[in-house]
Design a protein around this ligand. Structure first.
Ligand code: SF4
Ligand code: SF4
Length: 65
């Protein structure tokens, strides 16, 4: 049996300007506001929406697909 559970999710890097766009975009409420913003891996669905919406490219996939 193969466990492919990905608890990593994307990572928000130091480039984050705290604009809140990823927070609003995430349908799973997986992004937590703060300094820095962070992704709650247990809620994240790896949909990638936050990555596409970030204006400064601060969100990176932590694992290659
Ligand atoms: S969209 Fe990008 S810059 Fe804006 S809060 Fe999220 S990670 Fe930070
Ligand atoms: S990948 Fe999708 S579910 Fe995960 S934090 Fe980004 S928008 Fe939310």
């Amino acid at each position: 049996m193969e466990m492919t559970f990905n608890e990593a999710g994307p990572k928000i890097t130091g480039k984050c300007g705290k604009c809140g766009k990823c927070y609003k975009k995430c349908s799973f409420k997986a992004i937590e506001k703060g300094n820095p913003y962070r992704v709650r891996s247990n809620r994240c669905d790896d949909c990638g929406d936050c990555i596409s919406v970030c204006p400064v490219g601060a969100i990176e996939l932590s694992s290659p697909f």
